[in-house]
Design a protein around this ligand. Structure first.
Ligand code: PLP
Length: 361
């Protein structure tokens, strides 16, 4: 039975990439050594590293005045690193509270002494829609932090908030490379790799040159300027995760790039949302205009039925559709590597489940 993995992260990877890893694993490029065994300073790895960065720059059309930095510590460490590096003038940032990860980013900023003003929150609506930026006073905030895609709640920004002269910083972890955004609109972008770019252990930061190097003597492992200067090799980088991301980036190029990925993700999520909106048993609670292309949240309203559904889906090879514990219900993550057939199978299964359920009630 084919297994379709709808997990939110770590998440499904392209089958071709897994095959390539398998083929490469014992002896990378006929070196007689595994990629896991070679030095991050070797010519072999240098090629992997440079190609991954260039492919990312090409795919996202990252301008030359932006750095691509590779960190460890997950996106969570960037909730600390971003304010330490970028909140250096007003020591104050603005936040749109769109859910769990935005909230966490605010918390971590406060821990390093940065003031956080929540300009709008949709908590009272259970985060079923996105907060709105009404106005942003100039010369007040070092930046506005947003979560471009809310992995847990299933919302995503299609139109970015207009921040005027204030920098925009985006946590793009769960729709990085899955939805096209104009990099130039951001001062900085952060994204953990394990949702849409490969495996855990690697976090990407894309940051504009003029924003870094303003704070002296930051802890080395979170210093954007130092990582830029050392080309992300201040210490041993996550070699295997960078190699895996490189394969995913090549795969993305082969598939037609980010616009094509977005088109497919719209098609996949559209199929599922259409089904849910026409169902009597299931509801997609997220406000239509704010729906995520990569994380589709749905409920029956009855936790017992949800539980039965999640178990039966798994028996049918449709695994990890249980919703986050804070939201309940179900969540199907439809990242780039999820094929259209996987979503078709899911919709077929849900259709049958609903029919059986009606027969019993
Ligand atoms: C998963 C996720 C994070 C946290 O990532 P870690 O790598 O676990 O630190 C942060 N933001 C968003 C939007 C996420 O989806």
């Amino acid at each position: 039975m084919t297994i379709y993995n709808f997990a939110a992260g770590p998440a499904t990877m392209p089958a071709e990439v897994i095959q390539q890893i398998k083929a490469d694993l014992p002896s990378y490029n006929d070196s007689g050594m595994s990629i896991m065994e070679i030095s991050h300073r070797s010519a072999l790895f240098e090629d992997v590293f440079q190609k991954a960065q260039q492919d990312m720059r090409d795919l996202l059309k990252i301008p030359d005045n932006y750095q691509i930095l590779f960190f460890q510590g997950g996106c969570t460490l960037q909730f600390t690193a971003a304010p330490l590096n970028l909140a250096n003038k007003y020591h104050k940032i603005a936040l749109l509270d769109s859910g769990h990860w935005a909230d966490r980013a605010g918390d971590e900023a406060k821990r390093v002494g940065v003031k956080v003003d929540v300009l709008d929150s949709t908590k009272a609506d259970h985060y079923t829609k996105l907060p709105v930026l009404e106005s942003l006073p100039a010369d007040t905030y070092d930046y506005l932090h947003i979560t471009t895609n809310n992995t847990i709640e299933g919302t995503a920004y299609t139109n970015l908030p207009e921040t005027g002269m204030t920098e925009l910083v985006g946590d793009m972890s769960s729709n990085f490379m899955g939805q096209a955004y104009d990099v130039k609109k951001f001062g900085a972008i952060m994204a953990g790799a394990q949702k849409n770019l490969g495996i855990a252990g690697l976090t990407v930061v894309i940051v504009r040159n003029d924003l870094i190097g303003k704070v002296k003597d930051l802890p080395s492992m979170v210093d954007y300027q130092l990582f830029a200067k050392k080309e992300s090799m201040f210490n041993t980088p996550p070699v295997f995760a960078i190699y895996a991301a490189g394969l995913v980036l090549q795969w993305l190029k082969d598939q037609g790039g980010i616009a094509e990925m977005e088109r497919r993700n719209r098609q996949k999520s559209g199929l599922l949302y259409d089904f849910l909106d026409n169902s009597d048993l299931f509801t997609a609670p997220v406000f239509k205009a704010d729906r995520s292309l990569t994380n589709v949240v749905f409920v029956t309203g009855n936790p017992e039925i949800d539980q039965r559904l999640v178990a039966q889906a798994a028996d049918n090879g449709l695994v990890n559709i249980k919703g986050h514990r804070s939201v309940g219900g179900m969540r199907a993550s439809l990242y780039n590597a999820m094929p259209y057939e996987g979503v078709e199978k899911l919709v077929d299964f849900l259709t049958k489940f609903e029919k059986d359920y009606r027969g019993l009630h």
